[in-house]
Design a protein around this ligand. Structure first.
Ligand SMILES: [Fe+2]
Length: 228
């Protein structure tokens, strides 16, 4: 048994519960704000898939790696390592690229420019390597991805695609990943000797990622896309 194991069932769960509730609400609000697919033009449908791909394909593993580099507890390291192993071993970026190709929604320069500013904000946040905050952001990311899969799959079908491996896999595995990341969070909080910052500060990465996801979903609400 590691020294961390002795901390199980201590008040850390009560620390993470309000954070989980905040994240659940944020995910619920994002899902509820998805535009009605029936009212989108084919190009608007393509745009959501393309921007999703532009954000996820090259950044998910990089941000999870940043989480790995930022945490200090043995338990968090092993949970995140398992997550990364699955991403790499099962070629999730390749799976997503196949999904985008089949839906005729490979990201263009314009799609990349639309998400540029909010994507860069998340990158700058991740670069600070703040363990608890990045684990929170990734738990939010995994939770949102899972809930978003039926909508994403519906858009792809409207684009004439029958490719569902990416959405099938991520509608299932990310439920477990989210729960595991909250366990990693508890382990990190247990090891923290300093008083934890207030939730608003801990949720900084969640807020930045939420803005980025809003840009994926709502092209027109994203503000100026150019001039990074
Ligand atoms: Fe994945």
């Amino acid at each position: 048994m590691t020294s961390e194991s002795f901390g199980l069932m201590t008040p850390e769960r009560s620390h993470t519960a309000p954070l989980q509730e905040h994240i659940d609400r944020a995910i619920h609000d994002l899902i509820a704000s998805c535009p009605n697919a029936e009212q989108l033009s084919p190009d608007e449908q393509r745009g959501i898939i393309a921007r999703y791909t532009a954000v996820l394909e090259g950044n998910f593993i990089y941000w999870m790696t940043a989480a790995y580099l930022s945490v200090v507890s043995q338990q968090a390291h092993s949970i995140i390592q398992e997550n990364l192993r699955e991403e790499v071993r099962d070629n999730h970026p390749g799976m997503l690229r196949k999904f985008a190709i089949a839906a005729h929604a490979v990201p263009t320069d314009s799609d990349a420019l639309v998400v540029y500013r909010n994507l860069e904000n998340v990158r700058l946040f991740v670069a600070r390597l703040s363990g608890v905050k990045i684990v929170l952001m990734m738990a939010f990311f995994e939770g949102w991805i899972t809930r978003f899969m039926p909508y994403l799959e519906g858009l792809a079908k409207r684009q004439g695609s029958a490719e569902q491996e990416y959405t099938d896999v991520h509608g299932v595995v990310d439920v477990v990943h989210t729960q595991e990341l909250f366990r990693a969070l508890e382990a990190e909080m247990r090891l923290s000797h300093d008083p934890l910052p207030p939730p608003t500060e801990l949720l900084e990465g969640v807020g930045l990622l939420r803005s980025l996801i809003q840009t994926i979903l709502h092209l027109r609400a994203a503000g100026p896309a150019l001039a990074p």
